[in-house]
Design a protein around this ligand. Structure first.
Ligand code: ATP
Length: 310
């Protein structure tokens, strides 16, 4: 039988160097010990789904290099089916992260490398896995034709996290069941200014529905999420936690949402599960290391200050 979720997306090596201060152009600074680990929204979401107990397949490209082998091995160790994580003749995707100590702000260069080689043909090579999956989860760190082919082939629930933000063809959006943007990504999709008030968010999300996705779930950081369908708008509160590192919060949210949908929960309940997963990730440092297991979600959340009022 098929997998629960086929994740179609990017796999990067995250190379993080903590520094006291970001160098100016032409300058050299000494950093602390470098950390190398898996990253990329595709890999993050695949690991997040696997940790939540979903049978998960990753569809993507890595390089025919040591980094690619290491990343495939790490995903496999997390329980992700990597048969369709294809080595291609291009360097493995790389995110060079200069992490400024103190405020923890990051300066990042992403080199997509092998991720840019995922085309419609390579997605079609995974057709059986995609059509057999109960859900398909994709993001936009891979070429749009690859995303379009995956949603075209999908027979299960299609969830698209349109990050990083870019405008999408209407045809693609019409095949999406649940679109999961943050406020900024929603604005780019609608080619409008970033919405500020909840009413503005709801209006913009609603404008995507005719001929578009069946539902839009907008993530709102510490304000939780908003579920917008033709039936109306529902607010889903964030789970109050002490925020340590928001990296991969959106990825964790998407995995929780998919787990909820596959458990047969109504959309608002699935979004609440997404908020619970994301809250755990926000309360821990790192990206993949901060992703919760199903057991983490069953336990009460770590105490923290109340989320800011919506
Ligand atoms: P990222 O790019 O960091 O992955 P994002 O911009 O895609 O995040 P956000 O809307 O910032 O997504 O956050 C996703 C989800 O994470 C929110 O819907 C919320 O459930 C949770 N979250 C984010 N920040 C907080 C916080 N401070 N406290 C509790 N939950 C949070």
């Amino acid at each position: 039988s098929g997998v629960d979720v086929a994740v179609v997306g990017s796999v990067n090596l995250d190379l993080t160097v903590p520094v006291g201060r970001v160098p100016r152009p032409g300058e050299t600074v000494l950093g602390a010990d470098a950390r190398r680990g898996p990253g990329g929204k595709g890999a993050n979401q695949a690991v997040a789904c696997a940790r939540l107990g979903l049978r998960t397949a990753m569809i993507g490209c890595v390089g025919e290099d040591a980094d690619g082998g290491m990343l495939a091995e790490r995903l496999r160790a997390e329980g992700v089916d990597v048969r369709h994580l294809v080595p291609v003749p291009a360097p493995t995707g790389l995110a060079m992260i200069i992490l400024e100590e103190g405020d923890g702000e990051s300066t990042i260069v992403v080199s997509p490398g092998a991720n840019g080689r995922l085309d419609a043909g390579r997605v079609r090579a995974a057709e059986g896995t995609i059509t057999g999956a109960r859900a398909v989860l994709a993001q936009l760190e891979i070429p749009i034709p690859a995303v379009a082919e995956a949603v075209r082939l999908a027979t299960g629930t299609v969830v698209l996290n349109p990050a990083p933000a870019r405008p999408l063809p209407r045809e693609l959006l019409s095949r999406v069941d649940v679109l999961v943007p943050n406020r900024h990504e929603l604005a780019v999709l609608c080619q409008a200014p970033t919405p500020e008030s909840p009413d503005e968010v709801a209006d913009l999300a609603r404008s995507l529905l005719p001929g578009g996705p069946r539902a839009v779930v907008v993530t709102l950081g510490a304000d939780g999420a908003m579920v917008v369908t033709a039936d109306g708008v529902a607010r889903v509160p964030a789970v109050p936690v002490r925020a340590v590192d928001a990296t991969a919060a959106g990825d964790s949210f998407c995995a929780g949402l998919v787990a909820g949908l596959l458990a047969g929960e109504p959309l608002a309940e699935a979004a609440a599960r997404g908020c619970r997963a994301a809250a755990v990730t926000v309360s821990r440092p790192g990206a993949i290391d901060a992703l919760p297991t199903a057991a983490d979600l069953a336990a009460p959340p770590a105490p923290g200050p109340a989320a800011s009022p919506a």
